[in-house]
Write a protein that binds this ligand. Structure first.
Ligand code: F6R
Length: 588
C-alpha cells in the first residue's frame, strides 16, 4: 500500500520519469499522488488528489527526485495529506509507505517544541524528526537510521536532502528495491517501477539502509552503520508485463492469461510442488494461511487435500493466524498463499509461526518478495505481475498448485496434471467471444441489483466465497457467498423477487442438494444464475463450464471474474482500480 519511487542520476526530465514510475506503482494506492524534485537549491513539490490518469508535472530538468502514490491510512484524501512531506526548513523531504504506529507521541513531542504540521498524516513526523537530526549536523544516512529506530510499525521511507543531493532509504517488512542502470540509481516499492531505469536490482533487507548519491550507492547495516557489500542481481522484468498488450484493462488481460499460467505451472512447477507435498505429508499438522482471495484458495486447498489425499490440513485467515499460534509446534508446517508476498497480515502470521519453531512454506507469485525470502520451501506460481488490483490469475494458479500437490501426496501426480491440463483447455474454450457474450448478458440483467447471493457446497463453497468477493469488490454490488446448506439458517430472509442468486452446480456429489437449494431460492422469487457443466430447469440463465472433476474450482472462478468485470464496466467503475482498495496490503 502506497507506492514510492526515487531517482538520483544524470540530469533529465526527472519529474516526468517519477510520474511514469508512479503510474506503474499505482496499483498500491490511488487516493492521491505527489512528486518532489531538486529545483536548484530547493525542493519543488507537486501534489494532487485522485488517480494520476493523464496528469503531467512541469519541472525543469534535474538530477534528483522522488514521488509517492497514496492509499490513505491516517488523514483524509487531501492535497496536504499527499506525500512528499517536506521538513519545516525545506531542506529534507520524505515519502513513506506503512504506518508509524507511535506517531501520536512523536507528534505531541514535536508540537511541544513548536513544530507546526501541514498535514494530518502519521508520515509527516518523519520529515520533522529527520530535519532536526540533519540540522544538528548529522549526515542524512545516520540521521535516517536514528529516526527509523524510533518508528514503530512496518515502514518503508525514502528521504531526500537537497543540500547534499542524495536519497537515503530504509524499511521494515514493507518492500524496497534498488535499481542500478546507465543513467543513475533508483529505489522503489516494486521492481516493476525500475523498468527502463535499471538493469540490476538489489533487494533490501530489514536491517539495510541505502544511500543513493552521485558518487554511487552505499549499503549500510542501519543498526551499526557499518558498510555492507551490495549484492545486485539482474533485473528480469518483461516490458510486456507492464503494458496492456492490446487489452482495454489489466483485468481483461490477466483473466485471459489464465490458461497460459496453468501451462507454465505444469511445465515449471513440478519439483517445487512435489517438495511441498512431501513436506505436508511429513508435517506435524499443516496450516494454509492467506488473506482475501488467497484465503479462499487456501480453503479450497483444505477441501482438495481432504478429498484427494485423505489428509487434513488446517485453514486460517492471515489476520486471525496469530490467535492460533498456540497450536503450533516445531514439527508444524505453515504455508502462506500470497500473490504479492508482501501482505502484512500474512508476513506477521509467518513471523509468529517462526517464533514457535514451525517450518515455513509459501505459494507465492512475486519471486524475491518478503514472503519468498523468509520461507524454507516455496512454490513459485509464475503467473507474472498482476497489475489489476483484483487477483485473478494468481488465484487460479494457487488452486492449481494445491490440486497438483494433493495428487502428489496421494501418489497420483499424473491425474493431477491431467486435471490441470483439462482446466487450461476448458478456460481457453470459455474465453471464446460467444461464452463471454453470455456473461455480458447476465451482467446487463443484474446491473441494477443492490444485492447478489452466491451459493456452493463442498469444493464449490470456497468458490462461492471467492465469486462473491470478486463481484462485489469491482462492481460495488453487495454480494455474499454462502455454503448452500446455510441458506435456510438465515440468509434466505434476504431473498426477494428478482434477487440475483448465483448457484454453483458442478457434476459432483453436491449437485442434487445445491439444486434443491436453488429451488428454495426460486420459490422466493430469486433469479437463478446457474454455473456448471449441465443445465437444469431451475436455472433462469445458465453459464456453462466444462466438466473437469476436482479442477472445477479453477474453471468456476472465471464466470465470477468475468461477471464482476462486465458489471464494473456497465456501472462505470474502473475495473483495475476499484475504490478504496489497493494491491499489496502492506499495512495491518
Ligand atoms: C481480491 C484481492 C485480495 C488479495 C489479498 C491478498 O481480488 O486481490 O483479496 O487476494 O489482499 O493479497 P496477496 O495474495 O498479495 O497476499
Amino acid at each position: 500500500m502506497c507506492g514510492i519511487f526515487g531517482y538520483v542520476g544524470q540530469p533529465a526530465n526527472v519529474g516526468g520519469a517519477v510520474l511514469d514510475a508512479l503510474r506503474l506503482l499505482e496499483y498500491r494506492g490511488y487516493d492521491s499522488w505527489g512528486v518532489a524534485v531538486g529545483d536548484g537549491a530547493s525542493i519543488a513539490v507537486e501534489k494532487q488528489t485522485g488517480k494520476i490518469g493523464g496528469a503531467a508535472v512541469d519541472f525543469a530538468d534535474t538530477d534528483i527526485g522522488f514521488g509517492h502514490t497514496r492509499w490513505a491510512t491516517h488523514g483524509g484524501v487531501t492535497r496536504p495529506n499527499a506525500h512528499p512531506h517536506v521538513g519545516p526548513n525545506g531542506r529534507v523531504a520524505i515519502i513513506h509507505n506503512g504506518i508509524v504506529e507511535n506517531f501520536r507521541p512523536l507528534r505531541d513531542g514535536l508540537v511541544a517544541s513548536d513544530h507546526a504540521f501541514a498535514s494530518e498524516t502519521d508520515s509527516e513526523v518523519i520529515a520533522h524528526l529527520l530535519e532536526a537530526e540533519v540540522d544538528a549536523g548529522r549526515a542524512l544516512a545516520p540521521a535516517l537510521a536514528a529516526v527509523f529506530a524510533r518508528l514503530d510499525g512496518l515502514n518503508a521511507v525514502i528521504a531526500m536532502d537537497i543540500e547534499t543531493r542524495e536519497l537515503v532509504a530504509a524499511k521494515t517488512v514493507s518492500p524496497l528495491v534498488v535499481g542500478s542502470g546507465p543513467s543513475g540509481l533508483t529505489v522503489a516499492s516494486d521492481a516493476i517501477a525500475l523498468a527502463g531505469h535499471a538493469d540490476r536490482v538489489l533487494y533490501l533487507d530489514d536491517h539495510h539502509l541505502v544511500r543513493l548519491a552521485h558518487g554511487g550507492l552505499t549499503l549500510f547495516d542501519r543498526r551499526t552503520m557499518t558498510e555492507l557489500p551490495a549484492e545486485f542481481v539482474p533485473l528480469e522484468i518483461d516490458a510486456g508485463d507492464a503494458s496492456l498488450g492490446g487489452y482495454p484493462h489489466f483485468m481483461a488481460k490477466e483473466m485471459a492469461e489464465q490458461p497460459a499460467v496453468l501451462d507454465r505451472l505444469l511445465r515449471d512447477g513440478g519439483d517445487q510442488i512435489g517438495a511441498l507435498a512431501r513436506a505436508i505429508g511429513g508435517a506435524n499438522g499443516t496450516f494454509l494461511v492467506g488473506c482475501g482471495t488467497a484465503s479462499y484458495a487456501a480453503l479450497t486447498g483444505a477441501y482438495l487435500f481432504s478429498r484427494i489425499a485423505r489428509h487434513h490440513v488446517n485453514f486460517v485467515v492471515g489476520s486471525e493466524f496469530k490467535y492460533h499460534e498456540h497450536f503450533l509446534a516445531p514439527g508444524s508446517l505453515v504455508v502462506a498463499l500470497s500473490q504479492s508476498g508482501e501482505t502484512a497480515d500474512v508476513i506477521e502470521a509467518m513471523l509468529a509461526a517462526r517464533r514457535q519453531g514451525s517450518r515455513l512454506g509459501a505459494l507465492v507469485n512475486a519471486a524475491r518478495s518478503t514472503l519468498d525470502r523468509m520461507v524454507d520451501l516455496r512454490v513459485h506460481l509464475g503467473a507474472g505481475p498482476e497489475q489489476c488490483v483484483l487477483s485473478t490469475k494468481a488465484y487460479t494458479a494457487k488452486v492449481a498448485a494445491l490440486l497438483l500437490a494433493a495428487h502428489h501426496l496421494a501418489d497420483t501426480p499424473e491425474r493431477g496434471r491431467e486435471l490441470v491440463q483439462a482446466a487450461a483447455a476448458g478456460l481457453r474454450e470459455m474465453l471464446d467471444e460467444g461464452w463471454v457474450d453470455g456473461v455480458r448478458n447476465v451482467a446487463r440483467d443484474v446491473q441494477h441489483a443492490n444485492h447478489l447471493f452466491v451459493i456452493g457446497r463442498g469444493l464449490a463453497y470456497p468458490t462461492a466465497l471467492e465469486a462473491a468477493l470478486k463481484i462485489k469488490e469491482v462492481s460495488y454490488v453487495h454480494a455474499e457467498g454462502f455454503a448452500g446448506g446455510e441458506l435456510k439458517h438465515g440468509v434466505i430472509a434476504l431473498v426477494q423477487p428478482g434477487t440475483p442468486c448465483v448457484v454453483y452446480a458442478p457434476n459432483d456429489e453436491t449437485r442434487a442438494d445445491i439444486l434443491s437449494g436453488a429451488m428454495e431460492l426460486k420459490s422466493r422469487g430469486g433469479h437463478i444464475i446457474g454455473i456448471g457443466p449441465t443445465p437444469d430447469p431451475v436455472f433462469d440463465v445458465h453459464l456453462s463450464t466444462p466438466d473437469v472433476a476436482d479442477a472445477a474450482p479453477i474453471v468456476n472462478a472465471l464466470p465470477a471474474q468475468m461477471l464482476g468485470y462486465h458489471l464494473a464496466l456497465l456501472r462505470g467503475n474502473d475495473p483495475d482500480k476499484p475504490r478504496n482498495l489497493a494491491k499489496s496490503v502492506t499495512v495491518k
